[in-house]
Every structure is written in C-alpha cells, then in structure tokens.
Design a protein around this ligand. Structure first.
Ligand code: ZN
Length: 165
C-alpha cells in the first residue's frame, strides 16, 4: 500500500455514515506504519472490542469497510482458518466479521460476513513477518503467491460487500 493519512482513511469508508467515519478511532502511529508490507490497513478499536476496520485500494479506489465481530454463538468456534490469508489459528484468534452493505441495503440489515484473523495482520502472516501461535499445515506456496492470495481474497470480499447482488 501507499502511505495514507487520517483524512484519507476517514474519507474511504463506504458502509457507514459520514458521522461515524468522522468519529471512529483510526490507528495510532500511521507515520510509523510499514505500508509496503501491507495489502490492507486493518485494525481493531481497543475501546470498542466488537469493531474492526479494513481500508484497501480496491480496483483503483481507496475503500474502507466498517465491520463488527459477530457474537452469533452458532457461528463462533466453528472455523479457525482466516478466509483472507488462510492462516490457521485457535478459534479465539479467528472471528466472523460482518460488514453492512453500503446505503439502504446496509441500513435494512444486509451484511456480508467472513472469517478473519482477529488481529487483521493477514498481510504480515502472508509475508512471514508475523508468526501465528499455531503450527501451520505444510504449504508449498511461495511468499509471492501467498500475498497474491490475500489480495485476491480481499478483492472478492470487498466486491461481495459493495456490489449489488
Ligand atoms: Zn488472516
């Protein structure tokens, strides 16, 4: 990614109100972020544990998604692999994250969910810059292919959220 400013981040959100985009907590230390190791900027809000955010260049447009961690007990504990980076975690380190659809669809309660690393560090796992706690299944993919996989899965997820079905 190229470096982003706080105002660029706030302006990128497509599935929340302008007021919410203004108020939400952006990550500290943007100036110290190693942008070239990231396919997307993902973060959690320590003051709002159910909130999660993803900002990425999606088909040429900086696109931010507000998500919340699902508390649906039927869904939790079933899945322990991240859908973006395919890292296998304990079930507490993967969560079903749910993004409202933009506009009226989202206000009517339409959402798109996917299982993601709770720390949203998929870019770093793909590059072997962060080590998951669990031993991973043997994989023969190169780092380059792992990065491509994150980008392809992210592209699909953003498309599912923003495009009319
Ligand atoms: Zn992941």
């Amino acid at each position: 990614m190229i470096a982003l400013t706080e105002s660029e981040i706030r302006a990128s959100f497509v599935n929340c109100s302008q007021g919410e985009a203004k108020r939400l907590r952006v990550p500290l230390g943007l100036a110290d972020t190693a942008w070239d190791t990231l396919d997307f900027l993902g973060w959690r809000d320590p003051g709002a544990p159910a909130a999660a955010y993803v900002v990425t260049q999606w088909r040429g447009t900086l696109t931010g998604l507000v998500m919340r961690l699902s508390t649906d007990r039927r869904a939790t504990g079933r899945q322990n692999m991240c859908a973006l980076c395919h890292t296998v975690h304990s079930t507490t380190d993967v969560a079903l994250m749910v993004a409202p659809r933009p506009g009226a669809a989202g206000r009517a309660g339409n959402t798109v969910g996917t299982y993601l690393c709770t720390d949203l560090a998929c870019s770093l796992y793909a590059r072997h810059l962060k080590r998951p706690d669990r031993v991973q299944p043997v994989e023969t993919l190169t780092t380059e292919k792992r990065i491509e996989r994150v980008q392809a899965n992210l592209d699909t997820f953003v498309r599912r959220v923003v495009e009319a079905s």
